[in-house]
Design a protein. Structure first.
Lengths: 283, 216
């Protein structure tokens, strides 16, 4: 894994450094606030902790039109988030990505398929969470009409944390319907299914969850009074979302999103509401 | 001496032509009465089909946009699709009046594109989806685009009867739907007003949206 990761990063850095000629650079990113109603992934009301964070990311990418219908985009990104109450989740990270998109024809109405590989490192304030983060995304989309587009995808995600307890692997599939309500306002309705590792936190110790969990550990993520126990287990998550984007200028959009998710591994079952408001820019 | 005669003769013919010419003042509004810019106003004289043009013009690509957004030209005109960005563009059109593709290039292509059929052409860039522009290929040399105030002036039309049409990229229906007859007297400047029924503008925005398939 480490050798493959090093090779991937080396090739990307080399390609980015050699790409001055006819460079089609693009700088983009988002910054905004996010609220999570159940950051502790808890099923009992008394255990549930909510919090909000300021989250930002910035990307610099360079596009190469390899063939008429095939585009390769290499990018580097920086991201960070600062939480209001639970600083253990404060994070700063950086990554490199390669994105290959094939269009079945000319123009924005042509169906497309894209494969993206991203490798990054995320440093957390709770250092055991700091991890190498790898994700492989396969997506496709079609434009149904001037106003409607449909996208679907699969994501494999692997986090290799410095403390193995925080390792995480997941597979997810998602679909989104994107609607242009006006020339400036776009909304998207989404559904996603995820199968993979989760950490659920509870206090006091929960033998019923422990029976499901592969590992457990007392953590100070939510303070030491009371001291939470983290349970690592596999669970399935269904989520629905609605998001909106309004173009403010040629380069800037205001975006809001709401996501409701329900995660279960019988008899454990918890829900989360997530609300996000952000400014997105691309130049 | 002969050259002097020819010069005076040409000047006289030109003067006579100007004396017999008139103008058309046209205002274009939408259904709510707001001024419509980038509308193509064109006039065709009765019984006198104009000859095909053989001129060359330039449509530029600058800051990842076509400039201008709308171009009106007479059939037979050739267009150089200049690319003054320091990246490559890929211009295409699916429109029946002119289907073509200029794959990935920089600078100015050696050969222009000849617009040899009357009609309305939509241009796109295969790399930058928000880049869009239109070309109105017209059967007449008498045309103008409206400005921000929705107004334009067609000058130096020979006196006579004309059919005046208006076209716009967002127009509902054919331009024949918006047709007015006018008789133009020498030195006259009749005023025409058109009210267009326009479709909503769903141009792809350059600002980031929600699709992950866009340019990134």
């Amino acid at each position: 894994m480490k050798t493959a990761r090093s090779r991937f990063i080396s090739v990307l850095l080399l390609a980015l450094s050699l790409s001055g000629a006819r460079a089609d650079w693009r700088l983009g990113g988002e910054t905004g606030a996010v609220y999570e109603s159940n950051i502790s992934n808890s099923d009992r009301t008394s255990d549930v902790r909510d919090d909000w964070a300021w989250r930002s990311n910035v990307r610099l990418s360079n596009g190469y039109q390899v063939l008429r219908d095939l585009r390769l985009t290499l990018g580097a990104d920086l991201r960070g988030q600062v939480w209001g109450r639970f600083g253990a989740f404060n994070e700063i990270g950086a990554g490199l990505s390669a994105h290959l998109r094939y269009r079945f024809g000319l123009g924005r109405r042509a169906p497309w398929i894209a494969l993206e590989e991203r490798i990054g490192y995320d440093g957390f304030q709770e250092t055991g969470r700091s991890n190498w983060d790898e994700s492989l995304t396969l997506r496709g989309g079609i434009v149904i009409s001037d106003r409607l587009a449909l996208e679907a995808g699969y994501i494999f995600k692997n986090l290799a944390a410095s403390d193995d307890f925080f390792d995480e692997q997941s597979h997810s599939a998602n679909a989104r319907l994107i609607v242009d309500l006006t020339s400036s306002l776009q909304i998207a309705l989404g559904y996603s299914y995820r199968d993979g590792d989760v950490l659920s936190y509870a206090t006091p110790s929960r033998p019923d969850i422990f029976a499901l969990a592969s590992e457990r550990r007392p953590v100070t993520t939510f303070g030491s009074n009371p001291l939470y126990t983290a349970y690592r287990l596999k669970a399935q998550t269904h989520a629905v979302s609605i998001s909106a984007s309004y173009a403010l200028t040629k380069y800037i959009s205001a975006q809001v999103a709401y996501r409701y998710s329900t995660t279960s591994h019988d008899p454990l079952h918890y829900e989360n509401h997530s609300v996000e408001a952000r400014i997105a820019f691309a130049y | 001496m002969n050259w002097l005669r020819i010069f005076f003769l040409l000047a006289l013919v030109s003067l006579r032509h100007d004396l017999r010419a008139g103008s058309l003042a046209v205002t274009v509004k939408d259904a709510k009465g707001a001024p419509v810019s980038d509308a193509v106003v064109f006039a065709r004289g009765k019984g006198s089909e104009s000859q095909t043009a053989h001129s060359k013009i330039v449509i530029d690509q600058r800051d990842k946009q076509f400039i201008p957004y709308v171009t009106a030209l007479q059939v037979g005109t050739s267009v150089f699709f200049a690319n003054t960005d320091n990246i490559r563009h890929h211009v295409y059109s699916f429109s029946p009046a002119k289907k073509f593709e200029l794959p990935l290039y920089s600078g100015i292509p050696a050969k222009p594109i000849l617009f040899d059929h009357v009609g309305f052409v939509t241009l796109g860039c295969n790399i930058h989806d928000w880049m869009i522009a239109y070309v109105a290929v017209l059967p007449t040399p008498y045309f103008q685009l409206t400005g921000d105030a929705g107004r334009t002036l067609l000058k130096n039309l020979p006196a006579g009867e004309y059919t005046v049409n208006v076209w716009h990229p967002l127009l509902k229906g054919a331009p024949e739907k918006y047709s007015q007859q006018v008789t133009l007297a020498a030195n006259g400047t009749p005023e025409l007003v058109f009210a267009l029924d326009l479709k909503p503008d769903f141009r792809t925005k350059r600002a980031p949206g929600l699709s992950t398939g866009d340019y990134r």
